[in-house]
Ligand binder design. Sequence first.
Ligand SMILES: [Fe+2]
Length: 227
Amino acid sequence: MTVIVLEPNESSNAENETAVDGELDVPRRNAFGHDFRDFEKESMRNAIVQECYRKNHIYQTCEFANKKKEEYGKLNKAEMSIWDLDEPQIDHLLQTAEAIRRDHPHEHWLHLTALIHDLGKVLLHPAFGEEPQWCVVGDTFPLGCAFDNNIVHHQFFKENPDSRNPAFNTKLGIYSENIGLDNITMSWGHAEYMYLVAKGNNTTLPPAGLFIISNAPPWSLYFPDER
Ligand SMILES: [Fe+2]
């Protein structure tokens, strides 16, 4: 397999502003100078992405996410090597790990985290249930409380049954102040699944690695003023 590692666009680095949320520095662009998100472009791809978000926002309920966590938490679907993935996925993982190794050469745990961060996308594979795209990829968000206005394509939540549940319609919903992300039900997807796989296999990654894997990417939490 040939892996093409793109050279980062150095000229873009000066414009690469970061948002600081507590101690978390989040870049707006990747190491190659590309914006992570551009929802304004009119294209076929965006139409497909929009449809994926529509279904995601309608069908991701608190009950749905908890059932998926219970089902997939058993870790009884299949065993697969990282090299069994299709080539674009492997390329993405290697490029991410190499870019992070360049920027943080001594943080070995972070290189490994990057290398495995998207492996939960095996949920799309027949051996792991062949789940539809809308419950595997895309931004994640908290369930059991009001859907934040900053969540991308917020308008689709109108059709989500949880929107009509009074217990879920306040800012805190079923939670209490400072309960911690560990105790929040996030929308189901590859990130949550990879977290369960890592935990279930007694990973030696530090908590920060698990945080990165399990919370990638709750965009509305990182950039609350952007849509
Ligand atoms: Fe990724």
